[in-house]
Design a protein around this ligand. Structure first.
Ligand SMILES: O=C(O)CCC(=O)C(=O)O
Ligand SMILES: [Fe+2]
Length: 149
């Protein structure tokens, strides 16, 4: 659960810095009608305003690998509001702890190499601290050559 208190200087703070979710699928419920969530596409930020009764479904990096890059993990961030607080509830679907993160068979040549889940988690945290994307380090030559993912 997230709570973003109002801030009189919203231009000077950030609710959550830009990131890609590292896990599988994220389901996000807006508890109130305060906007703040934004998604980046083509270098621009777009607001994802709350819709009553709707869930925001967000693809994370593991799902990007699982689908061999067919589904892309979306970069997003949260801004804060000057007057109103904001609350959200997020549920992350994760991979099996004893499992392997790899593209599912039948989706063409693998664009990502397989990695044990434990190693994935460690690498993902390391990359977060360094400000890089761990999923990029898993790309195979196929993905490098295509320059699409
Ligand atoms: O609270 C939100 O709108 C987004 C939360 C989020 O991006 C996250 O938990 O990864
Ligand atoms: Fe997120």
């Amino acid at each position: 659960m997230h709570h973003y208190p109002p801030c009189r200087h919203p231009d000077k703070v950030i609710g959550i810095t830009p990131h890609h979710d590292g896990l599988g699928l994220a389901l996000l419920l807006h508890v109130d009608d305060t906007p703040g969530l934004q998604v980046r596409r083509g270098g621009r930020w777009f607001p994802l305003d709350p819709l009553p009764g709707a869930l925001v479904v967000n693809v994370g990096d593991i799902l990007q690998v699982l689908t061999n890059g067919e589904y892309r993990s979306a970069e997003h961030r949260v801004l804060v509001d000057a007057e109103r607080g904001r609350a959200t509830v997020v549920m992350f679907q994760d991979a099996c702890v004893a499992g392997t993160v790899r593209p599912l068979p039948g989706l063409g040549e693998a664009r990502y190499r397989a990695i044990e889940y434990g190693e994935y988690v460690k690498g993902n945290f390391r990359a977060l601290v360094e400000g890089t994307r761990f999923v990029d380090s898993l790309r195979t030559n196929v993905a490098q050559d295509e320059k699409v993912i």
